[in-house]
Design a protein around this ligand. Structure first.
Ligand SMILES: [Zn+2]
Length: 55
């Protein structure tokens, strides 16, 4: 009850759009997805197009 900093519960409960980089929408198929790695170009996971818009 008075324990703080015990087991890291809740780590898996974050919302995707809070922890996973920027959000993009594909201009080809309108798929919405998160892109984490800033060193790589965001590519639609659905149709693999790089014609995407940050949202
Ligand atoms: Zn797409």
């Amino acid at each position: 009850m008075c324990t703080v900093g015990g087991a890291p519960t809740g780590d898996l409960n974050f919302d995707d759009d809070r922890v996973k980089g920027k959000r993009y929408r594909c201009n080809e198929c309108e798929e919405k997805f998160s892109h984490i790695n800033p060193n790589r170009k965001p590519v639609c996971p659905s149709c693999e197009s790089d014609n995407v818009t940050e949202i």
